[in-house]
Design a protein around this ligand. Structure first.
Ligand SMILES: NC(=O)C1=CN([C@@H]2O[C@H](COP(=O)(O)OP(=O)(O)OC[C@H]3O[C@@H](n4cnc5c(N)ncnc54)[C@H](OP(=O)(O)O)[C@@H]3O)[C@@H](O)[C@H]2O)C=CC1
Ligand SMILES: O=C1O[C@H](COP(=O)(O)O)[C@@H](O)[C@H](O)[C@H]1O
Length: 492
């Protein structure tokens, strides 16, 4: 059930000393606290193995929030809501201690018995924690109980099913908030509004007027210290199975009859069901994989993937994926959706380019003029905005054309302070809004599509790896994928 007033809850963060908690969760909670989105009736219990005191933990939280250990009264007040418990996820005693601490904090902060369990830990613990929370009685509470679960949700369809069964033994689907942080991004949320609040676009949003759609998410960072996780994941599982397919679903779905989580999900699910399954033998026609070698980024030499910590020197893991997706339904028949994502690329950028079909006849070709297709570019990050590429008359006596751009930039709006994706998602989970979380049906369909590709790649060695230099735009083969269809990537 969704609540409108400022939510109140006890939040238990599993993995409270980890990277995600430090980089994202504490800052997001602080922003929610500062802007009054959450009530002051909240407490956070952080759990992890290392033996910290409440004071140590509060100092760490304060440091994550303002980069300094102390000195800001607001931050001090905020961090006084934080408690720490050294924890072993397999020990019944740990859960019993947590239960008793939770009950006393429920009372002290008058949280109405609302409990949110945030699993910011390695995925192998997700099932164990969920079952123990139930077995040890932490989910027997008078208010709501919610499980917020980080990615990756499984490693394949069978492992995701297993995990799902485990957590569904303790939490109902309506209590499970599977995080896909791209769904918390301002401009990803804007896709729906651009499409459904503009008379201009919706009539054109189909195979009669659109020739192809391109979604790019490139990163400058390499795998950093996540080599162990990444070796087992690769870009396909890390980015495509979740973030990229979610963006595809939002771009391709039919208008929902209402903007509620059930109706939106139902339309997204239909897109994922219509995604043409690729046979393992056809993977090379639809997908390109890449791995970075050493190269220069911002004038600094960076190592190749195979030289990174915890990475096999002969690794077959992809750090780049480009793919052509086909949606077999009336709206999208014949319109390829190209996706690409990679680490150690030349720039950090996520954007969607919708390329419209050429005009039926180029009246200007006699003058040797090429008229560019119209493009709608949705800038997701780091810039947030929309650009519409059109053609107009070049100023002067002659009727000649020139490309022009209509730009809308979120960043330029005075006073705008776009919430960080995690800030929105934590807030939504606290007030019970599941719209921007992934339902099991979406997860299952995404895995069933991805599994064919990963099986093909795991059963063959990528002889050309490494095949793109750090700091470049990715492997050449990714250009050929589009060239075969008469297109090219728009670097706009
Ligand atoms: N970091 C990121 O940017 C992102 C992370 N994620 C996901 O978030 C989750 C956490 O990632 P991240 O923060 O990077 O991971 P880290 O390795 O940085 O943190 C893991 C946390 O788990 C704790 N921990 C490990 N083993 C145990 C145990 N047996 N019992 C209790 N606590 C334990 C660790 O603390 P201690 O050592 O003290 O026990 C630490 O707090 C993962 O699922 C990841 O995929 C998702 C998107 C982005
Ligand atoms: O989920 C993940 O996303 C990040 C990229 O997120 P962004 O918000 O910075 O675009 C990626 O670096 C990471 O490998 C992946 O696990």
């Amino acid at each position: 059930m969704m609540t409108k007033e400022n939510p109140t809850s006890l939040i238990v963060i599993f993995g409270a000393t980890g990277d995600l908690a430090k980089r994202k969760l504490y800052q997001s909670l602080y922003r929610l606290y500062k802007n009054g989105s959450i009530s002051k009736n909240f407490a956070v219990v952080g759990v992890a193995r290392r033996p910290l005191t409440n004071e140590d933990f509060r100092a760490n939280v304060a440091k994550s929030v303002n980069g300094a250990a102390s000195g800001n009264a607001d931050v001090e007040e905020f961090s006084s809501h934080f408690y720490y418990q050294p924890f072993d996820v397999t020990s019944s005693e740990s859960y019993q201690q947590l239960k008793s601490l939770s009950s006393s904090l429920d009372q002290e902060y008058q949280t109405n018995g609302n409990r949110m369990f945030y699993l910011a830990m390695a995925p192998e613990f997700f099932g164990t924690i969920a079952s123990n929370l139930k077995a040890e009685g932490l989910t027997d509470t008078t208010g709501f109980k919610r499980l917020v679960i980080e990615k990756p949700f499984g490693h394949s369809l069978p492992t995701a099913k297993e995990l799902n069964e485990e957590i569904r033994g303790a939490f109902h689907e309506s209590e499970i908030y599977r995080i896909d942080h791209y769904l918390g991004k301002e401009m990803v949320q804007n896709i729906e509004v651009i499409r459904f609040a503009n008379a201009l676009f919706e009539p054109l949003w189909n195979n009669r007027y659109i020739s192809n759609i391109q979604i790019t998410s490139s990163e400058v960072l390499g795998v950093e210290d996540r080599g162990r996780y990444y070796e087992n994941s690769g870009a396909l599982r890390d980015m495509v199975q979740n973030h990229m397919l979610q963006m595809v679903a939002l771009l391709a779905m039919e208008p929902p009859i209402k903007l509620n989580p059930e109706e939106i999900r139902s339309e997204k699910v239909k897109v994922l069901r219509a995604l043409r399954q690729i046979d393992q033998s056809e993977v090379d026609q639809y997908f390109v994989r890449g791995q970075y070698s050493a190269g220069m980024i911002e004038e600094e030499r960076v190592p190749g993937y195979r030289e990174e910590n915890s990475v096999d020197p002969a690794s077959n893991t992809e750090t780049y994926v480009a793919g052509k997706l086909v949606i077999d339904n009336f709206r999208w028949a014949g319109v390829p959706i190209y996706i690409r994502t990679g680490k150690r690329m030349s720039s950090k950028s996520t954007k969607v380019v919708v390329q419209f079909k050429d005009i039926p006849m180029n009246l200007y070709y006699n003058r040797g003029e090429k008229v560019d297709p119209n493009l709608l570019v949705i800038h997701i990050q780091p810039d947030e905005g929309i650009t519409l590429h059109l053609n107009a008359k070049k100023s002067g006596k002659d009727i000649t054309t020139t490309p022009i751009k209509l730009d809308y930039s979120n960043n330029c709006i005075d006073g705008i302070n776009t919430p960080e994706a995690y800030e929105r998602l934590i807030f939504d989970a606290m007030r019970g809004d599941m719209t921007n979380f992934t339902h099991w049906d979406e997860v299952a369909l995404s895995w069933s599509f991805i599994d064919q590709v990963s099986k093909a790649w795991e059963s063959t060695t990528a002889e050309d790896f490494p095949n793109y230099e750090a700091g470049s735009v990715g492997p050449k083969k990714a250009d050929e994928l589009l060239k075969r269809d008469g297109f090219h990537w728009w670097n706009v």
